[in-house]
Ligand binder design. Sequence first.
Ligand SMILES: NC(=O)c1ccc[n+]([C@@H]2O[C@H](COP(=O)([O-])OP(=O)(O)OC[C@H]3O[C@@H](n4cnc5c(N)ncnc54)[C@H](O)[C@@H]3O)[C@@H](O)[C@H]2O)c1
Length: 320
Amino acid sequence: MKVLANDGISKAGEQALKNAGIEILDNRVAQDHVINFINENNVDVLLVRSATKVRQDLIDACPGLKIIGRGGIGMDNIDVEYAIDKGLYVINTPTASSKSVAELVFGHFFSLARFLHESNRLMPLEGETHFDAMKKSFSKAYELSGKTLGVIGFGSIGQEVVKMGISLGMKVIVLTRKPKTKVLTLEFFDGQTLNFEITSTNDMDAFLKEADFISINTPKTNEYIIDTPQFEKMKDGVYIVNTARGGVINEVSLIDFIESGKVAGAALDVFEKEPNPEVLLLMNPALSLSPHVGGNTVDAQEKIGVELAEQIIKIKETIQ
Ligand SMILES: NC(=O)c1ccc[n+]([C@@H]2O[C@H](COP(=O)([O-])OP(=O)(O)OC[C@H]3O[C@@H](n4cnc5c(N)ncnc54)[C@H](O)[C@@H]3O)[C@@H](O)[C@H]2O)c1
C-alpha cells in the first residue's frame, strides 16, 4: 500500500505506517499535478490537511485510490459523500486536537483574568514610568478557582474544557441543545483515573445568568449563538473565550458589550473574517487574540499522524 501525504504528516505517523509495511511518499505535489502523481505512482491513500482539494474530478480520475484521509476535522476541501458513493474510505481525526484547543481556552482565561495580554503589550512601552500604575490597574484580577465556568457545546473539546475546569476547582455548567448526562474521566499522570458525572442544561437564560467564564465549543452555526440578547442576559464582568468558529459570536456586539463594561474581557482564536479580522477587534485592549491556533501544537500534530496511521492500517487489514 502507498500513501501520499500531500500536506505533510508527523514523524510519529510516518513511523507507524512504515512499521506496518506501508510506503509513504511525503511529497508536496501542486494541486494541478496531484491526479497524475497518484496514477503514475499507484497511490492507494491520499492524505491531506486543508490545502489540497479532493473534488469529484480527482476522485473520478484516480480509480486506484482507496482511502482519503484528512488530518484534522473539517472536511470542506473533500467531496466526502461523492467519495463514499464511489466506494472510497474517508477518514479524519476529530479528537486529536481537543486537549490542545481546551488548553488554549484556559490560556486565554488566565490571560484575561490576570491581564497578561495587556501587560505584554504595555510593559515594553510604559515599563518603568508606569510600572506602579499598571500594577494598580491590573490588581482587579481574579482566580478561576471557585468561579463558575459555562461551557457551550458538550462535544469533544467541550468535554476537555469541562475536565480542566473541574481540575481547577471551578463550578462547571454546560449548555447543550437538549439536556444530557455524561460520565467524564479525569486522567492523572500516574495512570490513575477519577470519574465524575455532569448533566447539561438547555436553559440558556439560566446558564448565562450564572456563568463567570464562558467557553464556546460548538460547530459553526447559521445564526449567532451569542448575540445582543444573550450578552444582555450575562453576568456583569463576564469573560468569554471563542475557539470554535467565527460566526458563533457577534463580533460587533462583543465590542459594544466590552465598551459598556458588561463583558470584562474576551478572547478570540477564530474570527468571522480570516485571515483579516476586523481591525476594531485587533485594536481592542480587552481582547486576548490568537490566529486560529487552537489545534496547532506539536502534540496534536503527532496525534493526528498516529490516528491517521492507525485507521489506514485497520482498513488495509479489512480490504486485503
Ligand atoms: N480553534 C481551533 O484551532 C479549533 C480546532 C479544532 C476544532 N475547533 C472548533 O471547535 C468547535 C468544537 O469542536 P469539537 O471537536 O468539540 O466538535 P464536536 O462535534 O465534538 O462538538 C460540538 C458539540 O456542539 C453541540 N452543539 C451544536 N450546536 C449547539 C448549540 N447551538 N448549543 C449547544 N451545543 C451545540 C453539538 O451537539 C456537539 O455536541 C468546532 O467549531 C470546531 O470547528 C477549533
